[in-house]
Design a protein around this ligand. Structure first.
Ligand SMILES: NC(=O)c1ccc[n+]([C@@H]2O[C@H](COP(=O)([O-])OP(=O)(O)OC[C@H]3O[C@@H](n4cnc5c(N)ncnc54)[C@H](O)[C@@H]3O)[C@@H](O)[C@H]2O)c1
Length: 374
């Protein structure tokens, strides 16, 4: 198979690429975010003979040039993170899209985009939404993003988290992980939400819940994890205290409005790597980390390998599934087959040196039956 990849170029991704090649695939790769490529990793892969188009801090134009170079290798399987590869393939190389056997998608925002394409009848091949597998969404997004986003904030600020009002925009998988870890470091955690059930879950977990306009007045550190745009705009920025930290860990840099910040600021200067201090007309300073892009990948190294192993095992097994079955499947967005999800969980437990119980035949009969009551 010829696999075209568009995924953060990190050490974990390098292991995934080596695994795909060890299984006999040809690969061509680009990064999926202008600020997340680890240049030493890209260089090492290039030295191994891999076709790779990625470097840190590339322009938007170069970013899409890299994706086009991957498309030029005519992949018959795609592996995407955020759906920029798939949308470019459909927009600029429509005939080629029809020839692709299948693809996988790594993140929540990408799965949303692909479902929207499928709904409009635009998606030309079948894609497995790896993000939605339990062994991915409930671990990578929660514990991976939880830890690595805090890591990014600390590396870019060297701030003490204890005692700070720490505002988390969105209490989904990522938001939940970040809120949990910020609380562990002693922060006073505030959650903002738009979904009543998610807001209620945050409240019952013991977090303060309020609209962003209220949180803006008291927060010290703000992080967005929604997949939505304009969560923090000029309106909220005007209410903020002097010295606050603003950052985002959602897929695209649209959650904290960088455009608004650039417009209302009188001046800016980089005070540490990945930490831009914006001074407003009244003298207040707001600090934007990693240009409002994913702070865990821009200012730190992304998730540790001990959680990416599960996500990438899902990726690998899903690609094998597509290689075998893809041609029989109709174009659309599919879930990771349940048995693969279970297999990955079982393998992970084994690598952690843990074993679990097995149902006896009697228990299987009991759980599956309705005859026995009080
Ligand atoms: N930084 C990373 O490494 C990383 C890892 C995984 C996912 N992501 C990205 O993070 C984002 C969130 O992913 P997730 O899996 O947590 O999604 P999710 O669907 O589980 O949660 C998103 C939450 O945000 C809430 N929300 C939406 N709009 C909002 C708004 N305007 N204000 C407040 N809350 C709002 C939703 O109600 C939902 O509860 C996506 O863009 C995803 O692609 C990033």
């Amino acid at each position: 198979m010829r696999i075209g990849g568009c995924l953060h170029v990190t050490t974990e991704t390098a292991v995934l690429v080596r695994t795909l090649r060890a299984a006999g695939a040809e690969t061509a790769w680009s990064g999926c975010n202008p600020l997340s490529t680890q240049d030493d990793v890209a260089a090492a892969l290039a030295e191994e003979g891999l076709e790779i188009y990625a470097w840190r801090e590339l322009s938007k134009e170069d970013y899409y040039w890299c994706i086009k170079k991957v498309i030029e290798t005519k992949p018959n399987l795609t592996l995407d993170d955020g759906a920029d590869l798939v949308t470019t393939l459909h927009d600029a190389h429509a005939d080629q899209a029809k020839e692709v056997i299948g693809g996988t998608e790594e993140t929540t925002t990408g799965v949303h985009r692909l479902r929207a394409m499928a709904k409009e009848g635009k998606l030309k091949y079948r894609i497995i939404g790896v993000n939605d597998a339990e062994t991915k969404w409930d671990f990578d997004n929660v514990y991976g993003t939880g830890q690595s986003s805090i890591d990014g904030i600390i590396r870019a600020t060297n701030m003490l988290i204890a005692g700070k009002n720490f505002v988390v925009g969105g209490y989904g998988h990522c938001g939940k992980g970040i809120a949990m870890r910020a609380r562990g470091l002693g922060a006073n955690v505030i959650v903002t939400e738009v979904e009543p059930v998610s807001a209620l879950k945050a409240a019952m977990e013991g977090f303060h819940v309020m609209p962003m306009s209220k949180a803006a007045e008291i927060g010290d550190i703000f992080i967005t994890a929604t997949g939505c745009d304009n969560v923090i705009t000029e309106k909220e920025m005007k209410l903020m205290k002097d010295g606050v930290i603003l950052c985002n860990t959602g897929h695209f840099n649209v959650e904290v409005s960088v455009t608004d910040l650039e417009r209302i600021a009188k001046s800016k200067r980089e005070i540490r790597p990945n930490n831009m201090e914006y001074t407003l007309a009244d003298g207040r300073r707001l600090h934007l980390l990693a240009e409002g892009r994913l702070v865990n990948l821009g200012a730190a190294e992304g998730h540790p390998s001990e959680v990416m192993d599960m996500s990438f095992a899902d990726q690998f097994l899903s690609l094998i599934h597509l290689a075998k079955e893809g041609k029989k499947m109709k174009p659309g967005v599919y879930e990771v087959p349940k048995e693969l999800d279970r297999e990955v969980a079982l393998m992970k437990l084994q690598t952690m040196g843990m074993d679990i119980d097995k149902l006896t035949p009697e228990q299987v009969r009991y759980i599956g039956g309705y005859g026995e009551g009080t």
